[in-house]
Design a protein around this ligand. Sequence first.
Ligand SMILES: O=C(O)c1ccccc1NCC(=O)[C@H](O)[C@H](O)COP(=O)(O)O
Length: 263
Amino acid sequence: MSDILKKIWATKHEEVAAARAAIPLHAIREAAEASAPARDFIGALRAKHASGLPGVIAEIKKASPSKGVIREQFDPPAIAADYAAHGAACLSVLTDRQYFQGEADYLKAARAACDLPALRKDFMVDEYQVFEARSWGADCILLIAAELSLPQMRDFEAIAQALGMAVLVEVHNGAELDLALQLATPLVGINNRNLRTFDVTLQTTLDLLSAIPSERIVVTESGILQPADVALMQQNSVHTFLVGEAFMRQPSPGKALESLFFR
Ligand SMILES: O=C(O)c1ccccc1NCC(=O)[C@H](O)[C@H](O)COP(=O)(O)O
């Protein structure tokens, strides 16, 4: 695990302890189970693919450890509606406060502003957060294989799926991919960002691709910035993208999405 992941992981355990003290597990579970049904995250991606279009998971993030503040004027529901109007398949909303300046309310407001399914983009270290995600309206959770054991990922996946949520399992190397492929989820994210050095190279996706069975949906994550990046991925049969910074730095994130993927 990289140093930044270790720090984030420690913070998450503290946050979960505080959240459990405020709302006990049985209560957050009841809230999750009483939530309106989840939207179909995987179905939204497959629908784009069936129309011959890329599946774009459009990210809403104010800041990150590697880039600092990315977007000063930050209005999650307006950004979500803009993404929906310009062809996004799904949303990814940062809910981590300390490192990404995210909020649970951003997820709730973004999802309420459109009909797109939404990923809670956060660092899941405890089953509590899976229930919490659904209680906030999330339709998908992220599991980072660098940070979790296989039994943990299996537990969190089972809870997410019982609640009707999808799971995006994220990997950075072959060892993590071997674990990820033991989960049931079809969504396998390859993060092009090295979380130790913060270097980004699309070669990470290209290197891992051949080990992923064709029935899985490969999501290339991080560092998709220009049409040549999209073309490179498409030439290699990758049709699902998780993109944040390239959109967040533009006045209209939705128009930026359209111009990167649909022109
Ligand atoms: O971006 C970081 O600095 C970072 C640091 C530690 C863990 C995760 C981090 N990024 C999260 C992401 O994976 C990206 O937000 C996502 O893939 C979108 O990337 P981009 O299009 O490059 O904004």
